[in-house]
Design a protein around this ligand. Structure first.
Ligand code: 13P
Length: 244
């Protein structure tokens, strides 16, 4: 299979007020414009309140803007939600859907995640569809069937390598400092790869940081990283970009 272009995406989650987010985005923009090295695809997914301002900072740089969620409807009576066309209008290129924190805290189902991913596709956004097993599911040896089922039910049927990204984020690895072994990641990605019938990019996420990025990226089947905590530090995140 031809090598897929790597993607390093930073998910800032619910972190950062304006000054903080702008400073981080400016620091990364400067690094991206100065470097002579070939870069992977890079995306920053700040909280919704910072999207417009961060988007202005990133404009004209190789760093794309992404959002952390979208609603499946195009508009309507959905207080507090944000529709995909609103994100597209702000210049977003990506949107994370089905993150385990949304699945857990907002009860999002696979069907809803698929509807969100389809809404993203309709307005030209690239959904980053997240899947991952819990600690109990892994202990019970169900991890492969869980993530296989999640991709089957959460991915839009029209997924292609250019339009959709999948992120494997074991729930127990998120924000814990724990990561699966490279063998476990390879096994999971191999399983996802055979479940998907298109060469979709497969990111790994969960306690990825500047120290382990090289190992994670050298793991067969890993096409990039979805970074949480470490993406809040511009230096650490940039090291991870260069590791790709
Ligand atoms: P951490 O990198 O903080 O573990 O978070 C991963 C994640 O959830 C990215 O979406």
């Amino acid at each position: 299979m031809a090598e897929l272009r790597r993607l390093i995406a930073g998910n800032w989650k619910m972190n950062g007020l304006m000054a903080d987010g702008l400073a981080r985005a400016k620091a990364l923009r400067t690094r991206a414009l100065r470097t002579k090295r070939p870069l992977p695809d890079i995306a920053l997914c700040p909280p919704a309140t910072l999207l417009a301002a961060v988007g202005k900072v990133l404009a004209g740089s190789p760093i794309a803007l992404g959002a952390q969620d979208c609603h499946q409807a195009e508009k309507g009576a959905h207080t507090g939600d944000i529709a995909a066309p609103m994100l597209a209008e702000l210049g977003c290129r990506h949107v994370i859907v089905g993150h385990s924190e949304r699945r857990a805290n907002h009860g999002e189902s696979d069907a809803q995640v698929r509807a969100k991913a389809e809404a993203a596709l309709r307005c030209g956004l690239i959904p980053i569809v997240c899947v991952g097993e819990s600690a109990e599911q892994r202990r019970a040896g169900q991890h492969l069937s869980v993530i296989g089922g999640q991709v089957e039910r959460s991915l839009p049927s029209a997924a292609t390598p250019e339009t959709v990204v999948v992120a494997y984020e074991p729930v127990w690895a998120i924000g814990t400092g724990l990561t699966p072994t490279p063998q476990d990641i390879e096994e999971a990605h191999k399983h996802l790869r055979t479940t998907l019938d298109a060469p979709i990019r497969l990111l790994y996420g969960g306690s990825a940081n500047a120290a382990n990025a090289k190992t994670l990226l050298a793991t067969p089947g890993v096409d990039g990283l979805l970074v949480g905590g470490a993406s809040l530090d511009a230096d650490a995140f940039w090291k991870m970009v260069l590791a790709a």
